[in-house]
Design a protein around this ligand. Structure first.
Ligand code: ACO
Length: 329
């Protein structure tokens, strides 16, 4: 596999903000409970006319602008999402058309909260194989469309957003892709799912009345799995690549719950300075958390060219993934 690098990044969040006090008016909850149990203060919510492809296009445009290239140079577009505009056509097709990426193929990648990590791994291999020169990986989710705002156990957790990273060939010795470790464990599928709308339970009056088109989860089961597996996958990748935890400049974890992130960091022996946390501003944006947190680390000067960065996530499925990159921008 040839050396590959992340050569640009772009992000987008819809302007409307939903605070914890706004949620206090919708369900029986409190700012204190949400902050203490999750670390979230507010999240961004897309207006009704905005769909996932709209968020994805904005993030994609920002990444192309940073790199200073035209969309026609792209070879492939991967859209990581659990909230596609439609079952089909894929959101990748919509984004390809809207960006004017006339030479790109692409597809949607569904791995819930791990999908951006899986997308980076896939993009790295498309470019690493020598068959693609520019692959745009976009993580975009409009979680507000599948969240039940009468269910206090889930509605406080999620937000909407998008982020994109461009993957290109790197010269030998240039910073780039170091390694990956991805897994799925389908035995955990029942713990976090959207029960209806697919071929198992197609839409009907009953599924709508029973509110089965919304996210349902066993929060404690997901929490325990995430704490254990996010540490194991990250530690496994560090061991596999012969990387001491002290060499990691930043761990940029999926932002689901502040307590999951802190427990993972503690178990890995990372100091607070080595961990990027921005969950307070965005909540869990599913496929978008990692690029959003990466952009924040760049903007506040914490992530610089040559730094070793560990991306790590656990999501519905269950899906579990980690990537190690030497930052190249
Ligand atoms: N406001 C006030 N009270 C609440 C709320 C709320 N928003 N939600 C639940 N409660 C109540 C419960 O009803 C329960 O009350 P009871 O004891 O009277 O029954 C009490 O708080 C405790 O509930 P728990 O579920 O035990 O609370 P917990 O500390 O486990 O926190 C949470 C719940 C935040 C959902 C946590 O389990 C969690 O974060 N799990 C991971 C889920 C997740 O992140 N999923 C996202 C996708 S997967 C991923 O990204 C890893």
């Amino acid at each position: 596999m040839r050396n590959v690098k992340i050569s640009a990044i772009g992000t987008y969040v819809p302007p409307r903000v939903l605070t914890n006090s706004d949620l206090e008016k919708l369900v029986d909850t409190s700012n204190e409970w949400i902050l203490e149990r999750t670390g979230i203060l507010e999240r961004h919510i897309a207006d009704p006319e905005m769909a996932t492809s709209d968020l994805a296009v904005e993030a994609g445009k920002a990444a192309l602008e940073m790199r200073g290239i035209d969309a026609a140079e792209l070879d492939a577009i991967l859209v990581c999402t659990v909230t596609p505009d439609h079952f089909f056509p894929s959101t990748a097709c919509l984004v390809q058309h809207r960006l004017g990426a006339k030479h790109a193929w692409g597809f949607d990648l569904i791995a819930a909260c791990s999908s951006f990590v899986f997308g980076l791994t896939t993009g790295a291999h498309l470019v690493g194989a020598g068959t693609h020169k520019k692959v745009l990986v976009i993580g975009a989710d409009t979680m507000s469309r599948i969240i039940d705002y009468t269910d206090r156990t889930t509605c406080v957790l999620f937000g909407d957003g998008a982020g994109a990273m461009l993957i290109e060939p790197a010269e030998d010795g240039e910073p780039g892709f170091v390694g990956f470790r991805n897994e799925v464990d389908g035995s955990g599928g029942e713990a976090l799912k959207m029960p209806a709308g697919g071929s198992r339970l197609p839409p009907s009056h009953e599924t709508v009345e029973q509110r089965l088109h919304y996210v349902k989860q066993d929060g404690q089961a997901v929490f325990k799995f995430a704490v254990r597996r996010m540490h194991e996958i990250s530690a496994g990748l560090l061991e596999q690549t012969g990387t001491p935890a002290s060499d990691v400049k930043l761990m940029i974890p999926h932002q689901a719950n502040l307590r999951i992130i802190k427990a993972t960091a503690d178990r890995l022996g990372l100091s607070p300075e080595q961990v990027v946390i921005n969950i307070e501003k965005y909540g869990n944006t599913t496929a978008a958390t990692i690029p959003l947190a990466t952009m924040e680390a760049i903007n506040d000067g914490r992530l610089k060219k040559g730094d070793l960065v560990l991306f790590s996530a656990v999501g519905a499925g269950f899906t579990i993934g980690a990537n190690l990159w030497r930052w190249a921008i």
